[in-house]
Design a protein around this ligand. Sequence first.
Ligand code: 5AD
Ligand code: SF4
Length: 456
Amino acid sequence: MSGAPKVHIRSFGCQMNVYDSHRMADTLAGEGYTETATPGEADLIILNTCHIREKAAEKVFSELGRVRRLKEEAARAGRSVTLAVAGCVAQAEGAEIIRRAPAVDLVVGPQSYQRLPTLLRRVAREGALVDTEFPVEDKFDQLTAPSPQATRARGVAAFVTVQEGCDKFCTFCVVPYTRGAELSRPVAKIVAEVERLADAGVREVTLIGQNVNAYHGEGPTGEAWTLGRLLQRVAEIPGIARLRYTTSHPGDMEDSLIAAHRELPGLMPQLHLPVQSGSDRVLAAMNRRHTRTDYLRIIERLRHVRPDMAFSSDFIVGFPTETEADFAATLSLVEEVGFASAFSFKYSPRPGTPAADMEEQVSDAVRHERLLRLQRAIDRQQAVFNARCLGRSFEVLFERAGRYPGQLVGRSPYLQTVQVEGERVPDVAIGDIARVTVTQLSPNSLFGTLADAPSA
Ligand code: 5AD
Ligand code: SF4
């Protein structure tokens, strides 16, 4: 094939993987690769995988089957395609992936992406290889920054990884094993990255990390900064109108972070704070290191400093030993908090984690039935939260054109999708922030019209 080589990257799982996929694309752009959304025309296909639950990991192997067929078709047409598996399945399964899927040429763990160009050259010379080391060098220092055009093409709301890994060791979770020990990036590096994003037109930044509020990166004079302090600093960067952060652990909601919600108008009044269970006994078995009361107290403190705060959460049902009474405690916690949205999952035993070896596993039928009941409760709360927005006006950041002409789509401060129509829509551009009055609801989004002149 002539011309620049093409890479297709498919991300599974969390926002961390989306960020990593962008950094891989930027690094490969430095090697002459252009990105393509069509796997059939790619010379290099990278699957950036997720290992958090069994279903997520299995998806990767069925996707590998599809990609193998593409690779065979290309070979028949005289074209060679390189297939790489990155992300947490790569880290957890290593060489096992190539044994199960021999079409895979490269297995690369999340700590080695800066070595991608070298690894690809080695694959071309020597054939299949696996790199799941945790090298000492800082990968973020070596990964290439995106061009302003690439940044702009990815939209006006961007993610920035500020910490990676986790030291909490919840007994159900693979993250401490696949992403390694908690590591925070220095403040100066983060500020420089956000300034670059702002210069390219980004208006909203979400600081991300597996345990983002454990952030303790090095400040300009050598001392460790909290996430609260980092948010204060990032909020000063011209052009950045909105800030968010995710995902947080209730044990790390430190005072400066709560204060940031009071002091920073640009810090959006929405927080994803996973609780996993409402039962103290289950929380202890999960090694969550906080109680139900601790969690409710944090919600109360945040509502005190920011009364319109919207909360979302993650729940696991059917954790080993969970009784009907434990599950009832989860339902009652949901009622007590009033979530704007939430994710709920059936417990999935992950090899190598302590909970997978616990004796009293809950049957799949019970897990399934509890999941349905919890999801019904969450859906009801989400409907109540959205219904309260009807007739209200708030600022929306416009992110993209809608499906129909004359329609724009953006996000509310509470992270809801808002579709805006009306004769004044042509006055606003993508990247503008304008007040919108909510006129209609659907289960997954709000509809509205512009309330007054755009306030860019
Ligand atoms: N089983 C089910 N859900 C899990 N999560 C993490 N590990 C597991 C598991 N073994 C969920 C948690 C976490 C979210 C990202 O995924 O709720 O907050
Ligand atoms: Fe996993 Fe989050 Fe617990 Fe860390 S805090 S072990 S990432 S669930």
